[in-house]
Unconditional design. Structure first.
Lengths: 163, 59
């Protein structure tokens, strides 16, 4: 019993939310699980974006932007990645840490990368956000000048499969 | 006099933990699952994940 595994989410399709906020000009990652991917189960009858939005609002309060940025095969499931942007600094109970840059996990012509770390997924998510900030009027309008500045260092890249 | 119930620890892969009686930690884990992970965990799923807590570690 001492070797019991902790409770973990399950299901063929799961959501992974990266909660981001801007501390001055520094990008920070936070969330109910701290500065790590926040995993959410998706029921078979649920729309992934609706569920991610509902649970993000319930845990974070106001959410300025929520966008899907990639998908991949992991945890014996399809993982849909979302980036959530909040304005306010997180609740004191939610640990936060600066976002570090990472190299992308690149696919081969017809094969997925052998390994994909969550920091690479987040890097791609921010590049996707940088692309949206240029291409999508709703996102462009929603992001503050400070956010546009923070994303300026990310190479714009559209949605793609990471695996 | 009723015997004190042993304390158990429930934990989630995300780092969340709760310590209490079996009934308390099962209820807490179910609520955490629903609130934070959109997960409807049954007591049957949660019970094998519980770990006994030494009394000394609660002092």
């Amino acid at each position: 019993m001492h070797d019991a595994l902790p409770l973990d989410i399950d299901g063929p399709v799961q959501a992974e939310i990266f909660v981001l906020w801007l501390d001055g000009d520094r990008l920070e990652l936070t969330g109910p699980c701290g500065p790590e991917p926040w995993l959410v189960e998706l029921g078979s009858g649920e729309h992934p974006l609706d569920t991610a939005a509902r649970i993000a609002r319930a845990n974070l309060g106001s959410v300025r932007l929520l966008h899907s940025t990639s998908w991949r095969r992991d945890r014996e499931a399809v993982i849909l990645t979302f980036v959530a942007i909040i304005d306010a600094p997180p609740d004191a109970a939610m640990a936060s840490a600066p976002v570090a840059r990472a190299d992308l996990a690149r696919s081969q012509a017809t094969a997925a990368p052998a390994e994909i770390g969550w920091r690479q997924v987040l890097e791609h998510g921010l590049r996707h956000l940088a692309w949206l900030a240029r291409e999508d009027p709703a996102v462009r309008q929603e992001l503050s000048p400070a956010w546009h500045e923070a994303l300026a260092g990310y190479v714009p890249e559209p949605f793609r499969a990471l695996a | 006099m009723q015997e004190p119930q042993p304390h158990l620890k429930a934990s989630c892969a995300c780092g969340w933990e709760a310590i209490g009686t079996e009934a308390e930690v099962v209820a807490a884990a179910q609520q955490h699952g629903r609130d934070a992970h959109n997960m409807d965990a049954s007591a049957k799923q949660i019970l094998p994940t519980l770990v006994p807590v030494d009394k000394g570690s609660l002092d």
